[in-house]
Design a protein around this ligand. Structure first.
Ligand code: GAL
Length: 670
């Protein structure tokens, strides 16, 4: 995007939800708006799934109901986050044009009846969708209640990877633009292997299901193509809106566990404001730390600026194998964790719990039980807190630590043939992040190649795919006095998935002072001990420390006797290498040492409390210290200022009861 970002203008922290009034009789709408006001809701996303309502037949628009909903919300002073309505196609479109349906890798179609049943490369879909966007933008583009445009919904949630013939043709066009010549493509994909050399562009297909493993270079480029295709689609919608309306435009990202298909680093600059949907994933061993990581990554996408939490849940979702209810107070803690980590909006999916459709058992702000419920009371309580912390809006999180995150490395790590199928990119990321999080320090999440000045510590977990220039940013920064930790399976392939030879860790090798010769992964449950007494799992490797000092060695396992953790002096700085996955406790101990060595300061001084999250946001006139006590016992933190949650002055050692949150304006410290 070349134009300047349009600011999202809102008074304080926004509090809101998706609202799907089309699921209800209009007689309910007035009550909805009255209750929204009671809860303090002031930003509502509508028309997200509106297509079949506002365009009942091709080219016939009917805005009567949407006009009424907008009037009701506007009259109550509620800001509108206006959906373009294109995320889910109406039945008339797929009946007229079944060629827009997406195809999975095994060549089977996916039918309408769910949502997102469209191929991202389909020109037919695009034309129909953009006609709708144009109509919506013309009707509401200058409506004073519209605060934000919500393009489509979670682009790529279901349809990111489409393997149909239309996608195949678009993939070839994308490849030709990337490589110019077929020889360059053959070289990038390593097609000399298994007789895959292409002679004509038309021979190339998306990586559809094969009998054996597929070409990893082809798969990697298909990921890039698919991400770019949806970004291009976003741009097409945004361009129409921006020509008609002067309000900011965004779409809701899915920075959350296991959603890997879009490289949001390449999307971020196109958003006027970054918005994210996050759902606690109770399939993970530590869902709460993942929430913090996702919020930090979202802030990274926003370049450190505030961002909007567009969706999360008040309680259970409906799409995990076991959909856990939130514990009392958990919704408030989860919401304020997002705010602590940079969110200037707390929104939920959705306002009123559906009584029909596949999401009828998904929690909402207004549950099936109605307002005489603990959940509703917590929704109202949270609305009050969000109001009282209005002044936090616009402030920025302070961090001295950066962790490097890469969607390309994620894609390249997860290819079909790898040293161990127990090795996952995100799992390595979460393990390193959890060990840092436990130190009570804030972490920024940055892209490979990002400017590192200002940080004291940089961590690169499993940065498998890395370009030489991106690695140099890290190694030069170390040489200039930084402390970095690089973990195993980093620096293995270049951007074409081609192995860096001459000893693994490739472009990091010299700075780390190691020469890795062979991977030696271990199976779950197999013992892996280090000579210090620490325990580890998943991975070992056979390597020599060339110039590095050996900090710990493998006591058993396939690399017994060899180094496991090393530290090298590189220029003015220090480069640590961790060639295994330490147990959670040992990883924490390692980071305690590294954090101290790097001179990173903890966010707050705590005297008690074992399960406390602390984050500081820095405003123009004050710092805001968030202390979130996830544990059951009283925590004690040192802070002086005014607690915005309880609206009380605090000074010295303050007590935070189990399960509660304090947000302290620390005027004295600035
Ligand atoms: C999101 C989506 C919402 C709703 C929600 C349920 O992926 O944007 O429309 O489906 O999940 O958790």
């Amino acid at each position: 995007m070349t134009t300047a970002r349009r600011p999202f203008v809102h008074d304080g922290i926004a509090y809101g939800c998706d609202y799907n009034p089309e699921q209800w009789d209009p007689s309910v709408w007035a009550e909805d708006v009255a209750l929204m006001t009671e809860a303090g809701v002031d930003l509502v996303a509508i028309n997200v799934f509106g297509w079949s309502h506002i365009e009942p037949r091709q080219g016939e628009f009917d805005f009567t109901a949407l006009d009424r909903v907008i009037d009701l919300l506007a009259a109550a002073g509620i800001g509108i986050n206006l959906g373009t309505g294109t995320s889910s196609t109406p039945p008339w479109l797929t009946r007229l044009h079944p060629e827009i349906l997406p195809m999975t890798e095994d060549g089977t179609l996916r039918y309408p009846g769910g949502r997102q049943a469209w191929c991202p490369s389909s020109p037919v879909f695009r034309e129909a969708a953009l006609a709708l966007v144009d109509a919506v933008a013309r009707r509401y583009g200058s409506h004073p209640a519209v605060e934000l445009w919500h393009v489509s919904n979670e682009l790529g949630c279901h349809n990111a990877l489409c393997y149909c013939d239309t996608s195949a043709a678009a993939f070839r066009v994308w490849l030709e633009a990337r490589y110019g010549t077929i020889d360059a493509l053959n070289s990038a994909w390593g097609t000399a292997f298994w007789s895959q050399t292409y002679r004509e562009w038309d021979e190339i297909l998306p990586p559809r299901a094969t009998l054996s493993t597929r070409n990893p270079g082809q798969q990697l480029d298909f990921h890039r193509f698919s991400s770019d295709t949806l970004l291009d689609y976003f741009r097409a919608e945004a361009e129409i809106i921006r020509a008609i309306s002067d309000k900011p435009v965004t779409t809701n990202f899915m920075v959350t566990a296991h959603i890997e298909n879009l490289d949001y680093w390449s999307w971020a600059a196109d958003m006027d404001v970054i918005a994210n949907d996050h759902y606690l994933d109770n399939r993970l061993s530590d869902p709460r730390t993942e929430l913090s990581f996702a919020a930090d990554l979202t802030r990274g996408l926003a370049g450190g600026e505030p961002w909007l939490l567009m969706e999360h849940s008040t309680g259970a979702v409906n799409w995990q194998p076991l959909n856990r209810a939130k514990a009392p107070g958990q919704m408030i803690r989860n919401s304020l964790t997002h705010v602590a980590r940079g969110a200037d909006a707390v929104c939920f999916f959705q306002w009123r719990a559906s009584v029909q459709g596949s999401e009828k058992f998904h929690s909402a702000m207004l549950p099936h039980a109605g307002t005489d419920s603990a959940l509703w009371r917590e929704v109202v309580e949270l609305g009050g807190i969000v109001d009282r912390i209005a002044e936090v809006a616009g402030s920025r999180v302070v961090s001295e630590v950066a962790i490097v995150f890469s969607w390309e490395a994620w894609w390249a790590t997860q290819t079909e043939s790898r040293p161990s199928h127990e090795l996952g990119y995100l799992e390595q990321m979460h393990a390193a992040y959890a060990a840092l999080y436990a130190q009570g320090v804030s972490v920024d999440v940055v892209a490979p190649g990002a400017d590192l000045s200002g940080y004291r510590l940089v961590v690169a977990p499993g940065l498998h795919l890395v370009r030489a220039a991106e690695a140099s940013v890290i190694t030069d920064w170390i040489a200039a006095g930084g402390t970095a930790v690089v973990t195993f399976y980093s620096g293995i392939v270049d951007e074409n998935d081609r192995v860096w030879t001459g000893g693994y860790t490739g472009p990091f090798r010299q700075a780390l002072g190691v020469a890795v010769e062979e991977f030696a992964p271990v199976a779950a449950g197999e013992p892996l001990r280090l000579t210090s007494g620490a325990t580890a799992s998943l991975w070992s490797e056979r390597f020599r420390a060339t110039t590095a000092a050996v900090i710990d060695s493998f006591a058993d396992g396939p690399s017994a006797g060899g180094p496991a953790i090393t530290r090298n002096t590189w220029g003015e700085g220090a480069a640590w290498y961790v060639a295994t996955l330490p147990s959670a406790a040992d990883y924490r101990a390692l980071f305690a040492r590294v954090v101290a060595e790097a001179g990173v300061t903890a966010t707050a001084r705590m005297r008690a409390g074992s399960d406390v999250e602390t984050v500081r946001r820095r405003g123009e006139n004050a710092d805001y210290l968030f202390v979130i006590n996830h544990g059951g016992d009283v925590a004690v933190a040192e802070a002086t200022g005014h607690d915005l949650v309880t609206d009380a002055a605090v000074s010295g050692e303050i007590e935070i009861p189990g399960g509660s949150v304090r947000i302290i304006r620390e005027e004295a410290l600035v």
